[in-house]
Design a protein around this ligand. Structure first.
Ligand SMILES: Cc1ncc(COP(=O)(O)O)c(C=O)c1O
Length: 400
């Protein structure tokens, strides 16, 4: 497909015919968010041609097609209509988009699918990345399904299930005794020295682009409409920007009239983007501290683009405490039958915090980005599994 890249910061355009990472014109600034992230631009005439199609598929918007999409079937996740929560909060048009239903259990499969397609197209056999856990297990899953070698740098503190998944899928897993931000830098050094495609979130612009398919699916699931408001959990700001990009492409295609308001939800201990939205200063925070590991980021790789898009769609940033995330996680289980990991529960906690600001007649989607089974330790203290009893009725009736 005919596409190009444009730098979010300086606006320089680059052709899409080769693998590109950050804009070479934009120098990093110590202590600030990464600069020079590239936005992927589809040809306007191509987007407009989509309006004539009787049905729109997410793949219509992708810049590389997978040669064998059925080998790693990503997307088409369920849009849950949570009847009890709708009643409880008075929002009859509330939906939960459960992206934990992807092959490796998180929305990150969407980006990994597009990067895998890019690798296969350019005849690259190896993909290198840093991850808080989910991007790594997604890329490892894609690698297993499609025959790519995956080299993964991950903080040793990542939830065990995510590390185990990546090892099981056959990736080379390198846990490091440091933060995700350090794993990010190390993986770039490694790629520069030893080659392969780097899939670091935002550093490779296709990680943003791949995630936009979730918006095209929501559009189809709402009967070819955009929601009015969508809540998205935010760490690096790549999912946020991907969701925005999907709706922006639909708007450029003339398929929707206006953008949804996209609300970025951060943990209060990892709030660099929320702060930047308030102050206009793109500053890293000293240390990210939240139990929601997937959104624990001190220096967001896509902070600048996320803040820019947040302003453009009249969205906003909201912060939730770890306690609120934990409560939200339990509520989604009990009231909707949906078990998500803490980062995903943050989006629901954001809805709980801000729903009074929203007209209840609106179409509201809460994006649930990852499965609860990925981090059982996070929930251990909130659940008591009953003691075992003898297998006779008396013991059951008399149990404590
Ligand atoms: C489950 C889950 N939710 C939310 C996020 C946050 O996405 P981003 O870092 O793009 O803001 C991640 C990122 O790892 C994730 O895995």
């Amino acid at each position: 497909m005919n596409f190009s890249y444009r730098c979010t910061d300086c606006g320089t355009e680059y052709s899409g015919d080769q693998i590109r990472y950050l804009c070479p014109q934009c120098e990093p600034v110590e202590g600030e968010f990464q600069k020079g992230v590239l936005e992927t631009i589809l040809a306007p005439e191509y987007l407009l041609s989509l309006k004539k199609k009787p049905a729109i598929a997410p793949e219509d918007f992708l810049v590389y097609q997978l040669p064998n999409a059925a080998a790693y079937p990503v997307g088409n996740t369920i849009l849950v209509a949570p009847v009890k929560l709708r009643r409880q909060y008075g929002f009859p048009n509330l939906f939960l988009k459960n992206d934990g239903a992807n092959p490796s259990g998180s929305l990150k499969d969407r980006a990994s699918q597009l990067v895998a397609a890019q690798a296969l197209f350019h005849d690259e056999k190896t993909v290198v990345l840093a991850s808080t856990g989910n991007a790594g297990s997604a890329m490892a899953c894609a690698g297993a399904a499609l025959g790519l070698q995956v080299i993964l740098f991950v903080p040793a503190t990542a939830p065990k299930a995510k590390l185990m998944q990546s090892v099981l899928y056959g990736a080379t897993v390198i846990p490091i005794r440091s933060t995700y931000d350090d794993a990010f830098k190390l993986s770039i050094e490694y790629t520069l020295k030893f080659g392969g495609i780097n899939r670091n979130t935002a550093y490779n612009p296709l990680t943003i682009e791949g995630k936009k398919t979730v918006s095209i699916e929501i559009f189809n699931q709402l009967g070819r409409n955009a929601p009015d408001v969508i809540f998205v959990p935010v760490g690096d700001g790549v999912i946020y920007a991907g969701v925005y990009k999907g709706f922006a492409d639909l708007r450029s295609a003339g398929l929707i009239g206006k953008m949804p308001q996209i609300v970025g939800v951060q943990a209060s201990g990892s709030n660099a983007i929320a702060q930047a939205f308030q102050t206009g200063k793109m500053l890293a925070i000293e240390k990210a501290t939240t139990a929601a590991d997937s959104i624990s980021v001190a220096s967001p790789a896509n902070g600048r683009m996320a803040v820019k898009f947040m302003r453009a769609c009249q969205g906003w940033a909201t912060e939730v405490s770890d306690g609120e995330i934990s409560q939200a996680q339990l509520e989604l289980c009990k009231e909707a039958g949906v078990f998500v990991e803490p980062a995903a529960a943050a989006a629901w906690a954001g809805f709980l915090k801000d729903h009074e600001k929203i007209n209840p007649a609106k179409n509201v989607v809460v994006l649930l980005t990852g499965l609860g089974f990925k981090d059982l330790a996070a929930i251990e203290n909130s659940v008591i599994v009953p003691e075992a009893v003898e297998s006779d009725l008396d013991s059951i009736i008399n149990r404590g």
